[in-house]
Design a protein around this ligand. Structure first.
Ligand code: ACM
Ligand code: ZN
Length: 535
């Protein structure tokens, strides 16, 4: 009996030492065909990951896979190009398209069989998405050997735009944390990082031709305590990103197949700049870098020709640093009361034959659009930019509900859906606000994010094609530290990643919650903070 018991114990311990692999990851792949016979491929420590040499992106993919398994599961592999025999994991680009195979550049096939593990992508990007699936399937507990059930996974995302926004202007976040943020995005298959760089409360992008802008414009002398309480902390607060740091972040993101879309918000949310250049405001200032939250009535003067000169200089350097095809010009929450009372703005309206102040914003947008288009870039604006008529090329980011996006799609503008009701992750995620860190207000539980459908039913099939995808937004008036930012992000990012990636008929909230358990293991292992209660 004793011998039997000890045999059972040893067998059990061995089983526990081996990792449980599950291909039910987040976001769930489109098709998972497990072998009915239940065979497994044994991946052993020190096994080789290979690829065909001469492709730097594939080499980087291989190195990242090695790094992921080491960090996630304490499982060391080695990366070596051109290994013809005996490599356990082969990364490759699809040579030729098999009839009926996806045209999606992010499509990949992950197979596990007697020969080992193969990730074959339509492009290097597809291979990278497959690598994320493999690491999530393996999870955290590598042991000495990982048994992977034989499988064929065919996968591709539903939307080409899978965005995550981050406001690093209300609060500054260190470069290392921006990289962590990108890592978290990559883990979830997101591919567009919308980086909000300037605000009333701080200008955080270095402009070399105007060094004072970031030096002085990034620093507020104090910050209000709580919700515009009238009480201040008395502490100067600042920080900005040098161009060198921005380039480093762009390169880091590119390795993870994430595009970085910078946003310089205009013509409102500009007190950071107006503090340094008061002559660009309608009243001439002085202006302070704002110590409170909300929407300031002080905006750039639309009638002063220096305003456009300033903006063009800023965007020239921005485009130099950020290769993104898309450049975000903001355009949200820009009151027009100063324009109404400003002789320069009124003279400009007369000159252009405009009757409403709102059209002055359109005038600025169109000038910026011309400037950016000449550089081969495409402008994105918040949905306010649609009000006075958006330039032909412009992309609308619909945040005040989906109405703006619907109107834009009907005018054949491309649209990114990020309505407050589903996508504002600065809102609370639990009913009891005392049970969680600060939010801006509101209530956006994981289940609500999960229920989002980015393509409104009222759009025709043709109009629906203009919906590029969805994005969650993290504004940081009440989020000052990385741990808090991660908590706001996770697990609502898990929910949006399934909205962004999966076909709607494939989504299943109950199954998603089960899948989330394994993601939480990864978050624990990697030190990512998250909200563990799910509502
Ligand atoms: C926004 O939330 N002001 C775009
Ligand atoms: Zn003015």
């Amino acid at each position: 009996m004793k011998r039997i018991l000890s045999f059972v114990c040893v067998t059990l311990m061995a089983a526990l030492a081996w990792a449980e692999v599950s291909y039910d990851v987040i976001p769930l792949p489109r098709s998972i065909e497990l072998s009915k016979k239940g065979e497994v491929f044994a991946l052993t420590k020190g096994a080789t990951v290979t690829w065909a040499s001469g492709n730097e992106k594939m080499a980087s993919n291989a190195r990242l896979l090695v790094e992921y398994l080491r960090a996630d599961a304490n499982f060391q592999l080695k990366a070596e190009a051109d290994v013809k025999k005996g490599a356990a994991i082969v990364l490759k680009i699809r040579n030729e398209k098999v009839k009926g195979e996806s045209e999606n550049p992010e499509a990949y096939r992950l197979t596990v069989n007697r020969g080992g593990i193969t990730i074959e992508g339509a492009t290097e990007e597809g291979v990278f998405r497959g690598i994320q699936t493999l690491r999530k399937a393996i999870g955290t507990d590598g042991g000495e050997q990982i048994d992977l059930p034989y499988v064929t996974i065919n996968d591709e995302p539903r939307f080409s735009y899978r965005g995550v926004h981050f406001d690093t202007a209300r609060h500054y976040f260190p470069v290392d944390f921006i990289k962590t943020y990108l890592d978290i995005m990559a883990l979830h298959g997101c591919n567009q990082f919308h980086w909000h760089l300037t605000e009333d409360q701080g200008w955080r992008f270095e402009v070399k031709s105007m060094p004072e802008l970031a030096k002085k414009g990034s620093v507020r002398q104090k910050t209000v305590v709580g919700r515009n309480s009238g009480i201040y902390d008395g502490q100067p607060y600042g920080g900005y990103y040098t161009q060198q740091e921005c380039r480093e972040i762009v390169a880091y993101a590119a390795k993870r197949f994430i595009n970085v879309i910078p946003e310089i918000d205009l013509p409102g949310h500009m007190l950071g700049a107006l503090h340094v250049y008061p002559e660009l405001g309608c009243t001439g200032g002085p202006y302070e870098v704002w110590p409170i939250w909300g929407v300031s009535e002080d905006v750039l003067c639309a009638g002063n020709p220096k305003t456009l000169d300033f903006l063009k200089k800023v965007y020239d350097e921005l485009c130099d640093v950020f290769p993104s095809k898309y450049i975000h010009i903001g355009g949200d929450e820009s009151p027009r009361v100063r324009w109404k009372n400003c002789p320069k703005c009124q003279a400009k309206m007369k000159e252009l034959g405009l009757t409403k102040e709102a059209e002055l914003q359109t005038y600025i947008n169109k000038e910026m659009d011309k400037h950016l288009s000449a550089k081969g870039r495409t402008l994105i604006g918040w949905d306010e930019t649609l009000e006075g008529g958006l330039s032909e090329n412009g992309i609308v980011m619909s945040w005040r509900g989906m109405k703006g996006g619907i109107a834009a799609a009907r005018q054949h503008h491309r649209v990114i859906m990020t309505p407050t009701d589903y996508c504002y992750i600065d809102y609370y995620q639990l009913k009891e606000d005392w049970a969680q860190p600060h939010g801006i207000g509101g209530y956006l539980p994981v289940s609500k994010v999960y229920s989002m459908e980015p393509v409104p039913a009222e759009l025709s099939k043709d109009e629906a094609q203009y919906i590029m995808g969805a994005q969650v937004n993290l504004w940081t008036e009440y989020v000052a530290y990385p741990e808090h930012a991660m908590y706001m992000l996770l697990p609502r990012l898990d929910a949006i990643s399934e909205v962004q990636w999966m076909q709607p008929e494939q989504k299943d909230y109950e199954a998603f919650k089960v899948r989330l358990g394994r993601m939480q293991d990864l978050y624990n292992k990697l030190g990512y903070k998250y909200c563990y209660r799910i509502e």
